[in-house]
Design a protein around this ligand. Structure first.
Ligand SMILES: [Zn+2]
Length: 555
């Protein structure tokens, strides 16, 4: 069990960190001994207080003076090298003079960011940054685009796990991996333009014609577009007047059928705009006029019923829900009225969001949000593949958006070829296999039709996700699974107080896959990870499980 010593101002972020690294822990209690003591800043270790002490601080602390630990450099914003990966540090960071093990080092100076101090009965790992300030920055401000590709928060967890397992202390955790699968995949679709017929000579139509005729030609000449697709786009432009007078099929309107055909019952989530012609607000007043949508949920009621009947989820693609509780309620209710159910999930149109949005959405009745992501790139804004509870929220979970089709392919953003996009997605699916969690993607409603024609990459992504063991869940189901894992509590075993019992303390979540208790047996000191399946055993459970001693929760 980990005992944590930190300032009370850090308590909320520490509690959230240990929902993501789901292992037995508590704030240090007087007179209690712990196998691992995690302390920050000047909360240094008392002698003999734990077998392993993890002392995080990005500044010189009294322990450094006591032990005469030489500090080579101190800076803000640095990148640490850890097992062939990079961990960006957004706050203070120090490097030590002594030569370290090479596990964690400043990428520029190659100096170690960990100093190991060994007493007879205790190992202190002095780590040169402020862990919980980093976690707070990730969960609030998020990562800049330059580091989007790095699951930084998950790497902080991996490093801590490594240090504990390598020290020989027994460790258990409930990893973010559903029973029977390698990770979760959540396929979503923002419904922005369900029908081209609703657009007359507006910016949407003009943009369509320009991209279908000229941008397609450019892509064809660069070898990025097959001639078949180029001709299909041109044909669509020729057909457009006939679509408007009702003599040709509206080629954007068939998106539900096409997604159902490709996904074959995997169950995706469609985020739908509640009201037509409502541009909503941004931080400075009315939003730009072209944020207003050419449709409202009522206009595509038949499609929403088709989605629900096929096992898909319909969520709110919000207009003002991000900043106004009354509007958020109204928007959620409108989707519920049209579908005849209740709507509890949100992604904001144009990804509008600020620090108060989690509280606003939660007070309006939302259970999850899936807005936090990047418009211009793909990756991990909060540095994690996991759903997390924003620090301002009491219950609402954020199911971050990791991949948006427009970010991959639009020239103003990444502007990738199909092949390049597949390469990036392949690495991201690799991260899922390594860290677990939920990969959330957004392929827009019109992305399979002219002029985008982005289905080849989507087909390849689905095949990759299936091949590597994803559990495909709607956003609501993925949220339920994370809630079930968050509801796990650890307590001393019923018969053996040195053993541990993990149990789910909620009756919800029975319809989603079970959990696994991962037991690292401790004993011998080990080399540092990656941890093979020989180092741990997974015990699958749905409601409760007993892990064998010596994985005690308290002594
Ligand atoms: Zn949108």
């Amino acid at each position: 069990m980990i005992g944590v010593k930190a300032d009370s101002s850090e308590h909320s972020v520490i509690a959230e960190f240990f929902e993501l690294f789901k292992t037995p822990w508590e704030f240090c209690r007087e007179g209690q001994s712990y196998e691992v003591l995690l302390s920050t800043g000047n909360h240094g270790p008392a002698r003999g207080s734990a077998q392993l002490v993890l002392l995080y601080s990005g500044r010189k602390v009294s322990f450094d003076s006591q032990k005469k630990i030489g500090i080579a450099s101190r800076k803000s914003n640095c990148v640490l090298a850890y097992k062939g990966r990079s961990i960006p540090i957004y706050g203070d960071c120090i490097a030590f003079q002594e030569k370290g093990s090479g596990l964690l080092a400043d990428e520029q100076s190659h100096r170690s960011a960990i100093s190991r101090q060994q007493d007879s009965d205790q190992t202190v790992m002095r780590i040169g940054y402020d862990l919980f300030r980093e976690i707070r920055a990730l969960l609030t401000v998020g990562q800049p685009v330059a580091y989007a590709a790095i699951p930084t928060l998950d790497l902080h967890i991996a490093l801590m796990r490594d240090l504990i397992v390598a020290s020989g202390v027994p460790l258990i955790e409930v990893p973010p991996v559903p029973d029977g699968y390698s990770f979760i995949a959540c396929l979503t679709h923002d419904v922005d333009h369900p029908s081209i017929r609703r657009h007359k000579a507006d910016h949407t139509t003009l943009g369509f014609v320009y991209r279908a005729v000229f941008a397609s030609m450019g892509n064809f000449l660069r070898g990025r577009l097959p001639v078949r697709t180029l001709l299909a786009n041109w044909a669509a432009v020729v057909k457009l007047p006939f679509v408007h007078v009702g003599l040709a099929k509206d080629f954007w309107r068939g998106f539900v059928n096409r997604y159902l055909e490709i996904e074959k019952g995997l169950g995706s989530t469609f985020f739908v705009i509640p009201f037509e012609n409502d541009r909503g607000r941004d931080l400075n007043g009315p939003a730009p006029a072209f944020r207003a949508s050419g449709y409202g949920a009522r206009d595509i009621a038949d499609l929403l019923h088709q989605m629900s009947a096929a096992g898909c989820e319909v969520g709110l693609h919000g207009i003002d829900a991000w900043c106004d509780i009354a509007k958020a309620k109204e928007e959620l209710e409108e989707i519920g009225r049209v579908t005849g159910g209740s709507t509890t999930g949100v992604r904001m149109h144009w990804l509008y969001y600020d620090q108060h949005s989690p509280a606003v959405l939660e007070q309006a009745g939302a259970i999850y949000d899936s807005t936090v992501g990047y418009r211009e790139t793909v990756g991990y804004r909060a540095g994690t593949t996991q759903a997390y509870k924003p620090l301002e929220a009491a219950r609402l979970l954020e199911l971050s958006l990791h991949v948006m089709d427009t970010a991959l392919f639009y020239p103003a953003y990444l502007g990738l070829s199909n092949q390049q996009a597949k390469g990036i997605l392949d690495r991201m699916v690799g991260n899922m296999v390594e860290f677990g969690g939920c990969m959330t993607t957004n392929w827009h409603d019109r992305s399979l039709a002219p002029e985008r024609m982005w289905s080849p990459c989507y087909h390849a992504l689905l095949a990759d996700l299936k091949g590597r063991g994803a559990w495909f869940a709607t956003a609501g189901q993925a949220t339920s699974w994370f809630q079930k894992r968050r509801a796990v509590r650890f307590r001393a075993g019923d018969t053996d107080p040195l053993a541990v019992c993990a149990e789910v303390t909620t009756v919800q979540g029975n319809s989603v896959p079970g959990l696994r208790l991962r037991v690292y047996n401790g004993g011998e000191s080990r080399t540092l990870g990656p941890h093979s399946s020989e180092e741990f055993v997974d015990i699958y459970f749905d409601q409760s499980v007993n892990a064998p001693a010596p994985c005690g929760v308290s002594r």
